[in-house]
Design a protein around this ligand. Structure first.
Ligand code: PLP
Length: 393
């Protein structure tokens, strides 16, 4: 039987009927520990009562009006986000790609207003910024880009975590207007950048008059144990993008601006029909409230450290385990050879994870994960890894 769906996903053979906390159930009643949270989206887990109540109550009142009217829930969510980030203004949209697209547009408009009509943005190798044409052009994955040329020009890719490479690229291209990066790469294999690099990059951008644009789509909203991963380096970007965890599973994106980037976009220069509607913003407010009142940033930090330590202890000295890294509940285990099959084997064992960059097992569990549940992840995953590595490649 041919599927009515476009063939763009190689799906695992399972679907879920409902969830509770970090657990999901399939149609046969089998239970799975969700250590992926829909790729870093369901930060409160499943069926969180506060999120369910906020969505239900808002849906019963009004779901959509339009951005041609005031949307109080949107203003309230923007106020919370600026307060948590030190940013000044927020433009809402519907996905991570769209948030980054808005950031790219902002940078170009900023350059245009200063007489630079062919702005260049420096981005990083093995980065991920989305699948629209401009965000693909910014993304450091030849595999994702292949076949979709011509892509928008104006992007320069440099090696990640190397300040000299950024400086050299800027020296070579005087029309450079900014730098876009993830401070902890997600799709790129859970690759952190150094605190000193981020602080030096912040200084370099300020010196050169470039916008520092940080993509926190995956790493933001508490995932690493701070509201935003760049806060570990005690810096503030000029532009920041958010999406995945922000509304706990309801589609949302946000682009935040501050300093030189604030006030650049004006009426008529950008917009979107659905962005920042009452329903998603009510969900976003409930997520931020729950993260705060349940102290889930501290939880992500503590339980993430516990999980990482336990994995490191159990896998210590195992040949074929190349690295265990990440921060908070954004963790990766790099193996010495491709291990995509482990996502299927973990599923069969009742654990949801995925594999990125062919060799990196990725965990992005809900931020409500407790120690017992973290130990369960270790108990399921470690034997699977050991068994896999013992097999002939
Ligand atoms: C997922 C992701 C995106 C793209 O978000 P979509 O909602 O899939 O468009 C962009 N940047 C980062 C860092 C991501 O992890």
């Amino acid at each position: 039987m041919s599927s009515p769906l476009a063939n763009i996903y190689a799906r695992l053979p399972v679907s879920f009927t409902h969830g509770q906390g970090v657990w999901l159930w399939d149609a046969e009643g089998r239970k799975y520990l969700d250590a992926l949270a829909g790729i870093g989206v369901s930060c409160l887990g499943h069926a969180h009562p506060k999120l369910v109540a906020a969505i239900s109550e808002q849906a019963a009142r009004v779901i959509h009006t339009s951005n041609i009217y005031e949307v109080p829930q949107q203003t309230a969510l923007a106020a919370r986000l600026t307060e948590l980030s030190g940013m000044q203004e927020v433009a809402f949209n519907n996905s991570g790609s769209e948030a980054n697209e808005a950031a790219i547009k902002l940078a170009r408009y900023y350059a245009y207003q200063r007489g630079n009509k062919h702005a260049h943005i420096i981005t990083m190798d093995s980065s991920w910024h989305g699948r629209t044409l401009a965000t693909l052009a910014a993304t450091g994955s030849d595999k994702a880009r292949k076949g979709f040329e011509p892509l928008p020009s104006g992007f320069i890719q440099v090696p990640y975590n190397q300040l000299d490479a950024v400086r050299a690229a800027g020296d070579a291209e005087p029309r450079t207007v900014g730098v876009l990066l993830e401070v902890l790469q997600g799709e790129g294999g859970i690759r952190p950048s150094d605190i000193a690099y981020l602080q030096a990059l912040r200084r370099l951008c300020t010196e050169r008059g470039w916008l520092l644009m940080i993509d926190e789509v995956q790493s933001g909203i508490g995932r690493t144990g701070k509201w935003f991963a760049h806060q570990w380096a005690d810096i503030r970007p000029d532009v920041m993008t958010l999406a995945k965890g922000l509304a706990g599973g309801v589609p949302i994106g946000a682009m935040l601006a501050a300093g030189p980037a604030a006030g650049v976009l004006t009426p008529g220069s950008h917009g979107t029909t659905f962005g920042g509607g009452p329903l998603v913003c009510a969900a976003g407010l409930a997520v931020l409230d729950a993260l705060e009142s349940e102290k889930l940033l501290d939880n992500a930090h503590a339980v993430g450290a516990h999980l990482k330590d336990a994995l490191a202890r159990e896998l210590a000295g195992t040949p074929g385990v190349a690295d265990i890294r990440g921060r908070g509940l954004m963790l990766g285990i790099e193996l010495a050879r491709p291990c995509g099959i482990l996502a299927m084997r973990a599923l069969e064992a009742g654990l949801l994870i995925n594999v990125t960059r062919d060799r990196v097992i990725r965990m992005l569990p809900p931020l409500i994960l407790n120690r017992e549940e973290a130990d369960r992840i270790v108990a399921i995953l470690v034997p699977l890894i050991r068994q896999f590595l013992a097999e002939q490649p």
